[in-house]
Design a protein around this ligand. Sequence first.
Ligand code: 5GP
Ligand code: ZN
Length: 137
Amino acid sequence: MTEADCLFCSIVAGENPATVIREDDRTLAFMDINPATRGHCLVIPKRHSDDLTLSDPEDIAACSIAAQELAQRAISKLGADGVALISFAKPAAGQTVFHTHLHVIPRYEGDGLKQPWIPNNVDAAEIESSAKEMSND
Ligand code: 5GP
Ligand code: ZN
């Protein structure tokens, strides 16, 4: 994916419409076109990266700050009871638009959304084994 054929880059460039709700030097936030709940929006870095694992850490920091502010607005202005933040990286995780983005999803008591995973019982050795591979050396 390059900037030239990226949907979200075209929104940043003003070549495609979006309902923008927040902007700073590094980030843009706009309403999701197919919202999961009332107020569902997306925060993106203005600079293109395909997904969160490939982004400049400074861009992720700026997106996180923007997402926190929007989560606060969801509670104080929309009356949300909670907020879910999520980013899917790569198709296996469910990513469909290949420009890094954080979903800010206001949650309301009884909104019917499901958790994105089913908790599994696995033995402690398996958790230890993945922990070893995930740890700082
Ligand atoms: P993903 O599945 O990659 O995590 O999320 C992509 C999100 O982008 C989806 O929630 C989808 O509704 C949203 N989306 C796709 N195309 C557009 C668009 O043209 N404009 C806006 N505002 N959102 C879009
Ligand atoms: Zn892009």
